[in-house]
Design a protein around this ligand. Structure first.
Ligand code: MBD
Ligand code: FE
Length: 282
């Protein structure tokens, strides 16, 4: 039977699918015929090699067919791709970057979150559970100078592991906001420490995880998109030291440079941390 958590989590897949379809991302590029042919052929050759090496049976082929149908029915293509494929796309896309490390975007970004002044606070419920977290940082260029006009879009799960707009019952912009940095690139934002995140266990991705004997966890993380005029945007996630899943993230998205160093807040309320971003020029 499904726990309340699983039942809620299952909705997130179809929402992520609908959002991707209306995001315009897919229409951004017409992939040339030669490129499609090359890539499709190589992926298929890798599948043939696996079938031959491991003598895949008809029963296994039909299990795969059923499972792939289920990924679509459950709306979990964004989840599947972002958990098991995006990290390599991100690695290749950013290999020439000289500034700060980034990592995958994942399936739960929502553009145009409400703007927050600095110092500011992410939108949240009055009784938002968890530990207060204050993040101070600066957006700089490669030469070390603070960048004017910068923004930090932030989104993260709540203390129970739920993302607003993907789990029911949360205010629309809960724990999502766009922080406006000052003219020197400095920003300060208050939020709550997120919980570790378990990907939905009741959909096709969960079935794969259970059938393979894997776990479904991502370490607690804060998503960000850092921008400044004339500079390349960085998409990243920030992690907390000591999380049990920093070393075995199901989405393979943790990098040592992205692990925070939070300290008890000087004024006594929760924790505080400093984390800066260095952006490459466009
Ligand atoms: C998440 O919160 C996430 O960040 C990723 C990459 C995949 C599933 C859920
Ligand atoms: Fe996430």
């Amino acid at each position: 039977t499904l726990s309340e958590f699983d039942a809620k989590a299952a909705e997130s897949g179809s929402k992520a699918t609908e959002r991707f379809k209306s995001s315009g991302k897919r229409a951004a590029l017409e992939v040339p015929k030669e490129r499609v042919s090359l890539l499709a052929r190589e992926v298929l050759e890798a599948v043939y090699a696996t079938i031959r090496t491991h003598k895949v049976t008809y029963d296994e082929y039909n299990a795969l067919k059923e499972w792939l149908i289920g990924v679509g029915e459950d709306g979990e293509w964004p989840l599947f791709l972002d958990v098991w494929v995006e990290h390599v796309v991100e690695e290749v896309a950013t290999e020439d970057r000289k500034g700060s490390k980034g990592t995958i975007e994942g399936p739960y970004y929502v553009p145009d979150s409400p703007e927050q002044p600095t110092p500011g606070r992410l939108p949240r419920r009055e009784d938002e559970p968890g530990t207060e977290l204050t993040w101070r940082g600066q957006i700089r260029g490669l030469d070390g100078s603070g960048l004017a006009g910068g923004t930090v879009e932030i989104w993260h799960a709540d203390g129970a592991g739920f993302y607003s707009q993907y789990a029911p019952g949360l205010p629309e912009w809960n724990l999502r906001g766009t922080v406006l940095a000052d003219e020197d690139g400095n920003f300060e934002i208050q939020t709550m420490r997120p919980a570790p995140y378990q990907i939905p266990t009741d959909g096709a991705c969960g079935k794969l995880i259970a059938a393979a004997g894997w776990h479904a966890w991502r370490p607690a993380h804060i998503h960000v998109k850092v921008s400044a005029p004339g500079h390349q945007q960085i998409t990243a996630q920030l992690y907390f030291p000591g999380d049990a899943h920093n070393d075995d993230d199901i989405a393979s998205a943790v990098k040592p440079e992205l692990i925070l160093d939070p300290k008890p807040a000087a004024d006594g309320a929760g924790e505080e941390m400093v984390y800066d971003f260095v952006l490459d020029p466009e």
